[in-house]
Design a protein around this ligand. Sequence first.
Ligand code: BV8
Ligand code: ZN
Length: 240
Amino acid sequence: MFESIADKLKKSEKIVFVTGAGISQESGIPTFRGKDGLWRKYDAMKLATIDAFYEDPKLVWEWYEERRQNILSAKPNPGHLAIAELEKHRQVHVLTQNIDRLHQRAGSKSVYELHGSIITVKCTVCSFKGNITSSFSKLPPLCKCGNILRPDVVWFGEPLPQDVWQDAISQASSCDTMIVVGTSLVVSPANLLPVYAKQNGASIIEVNPEETPMTPSMDLSIRSSAAKALPELVPIVFPV
Ligand code: BV8
Ligand code: ZN
């Protein structure tokens, strides 16, 4: 799969991955827009927004709690593990749209969570932020200050965490190779990251069973799944 670009990969000092829901699909976590997509059962534009939350916090919490249980029982797959392995031999950064923390559980150290994390909550009023360690007895859960807590994720219409977004732009703009895995590149501004990389002369590779809007601009677009393609990548970039 990677033979045509193997020499460039071998010379890459800094590799940045941009990942989406597709990289966690083989861990049993449904993607958003796929046939098994989360958004088939639910209208995510209805649920992943601040208005939906204030309209019906219990419903939104039920959706996140269902996803959180599934995520906690999921395991990193060979795709996540290959990226973590590569980080032992090269400068690797992961810019993920996912909120499932599977990259970190696979062992990746440099992970930028562009859309937050389902494992953390924050207060809708005070500055409290913390990890969820057990299921809540009542939904929506309340903060010590008496106000309701919300999942610490970025909803549609909300800005990405500024520090994370700025860091993601600088990583994308200074890498030799960007590998875009498991994202439909529909959601902005995360879908701009490959543009930043290309503008700065990086080689960009896509790993996705389907085409995306950026397939024509890719140096290499691999029609395969993350768990199959990424383990092939490591021995090419870092021949032992
Ligand atoms: C912002 C967190 C500005 C929560 C998510 C019109 C109206 C309203 C808004 C907009 C609009 N037009 C544009 C916008 C902006 C909007 C946007 O982009 N909307 C889209 C829908 C058009 N963006 C925003 O609102 C962002 N904020 O712009 O703020 C601003 C600035 C200042 C002040 C105020 C505001 C915030 C976007 C973040 C939203 N939150 N998630 C949660 O998870 O519940 S988005 C959600 O979609 C996920 O995070 C996910 O990451 C993201 C993208 O989806 P993908 O990861 O790509 O997943 P998808 O299912 O789409 O694709 C999976 C891919 O994997 C497929 O290609 C498939 O082929 C492939 N695949 C499948 N299996 C495998 C595989 N690949 C490899 N291996 C496999 N096995
Ligand atoms: Zn509070």
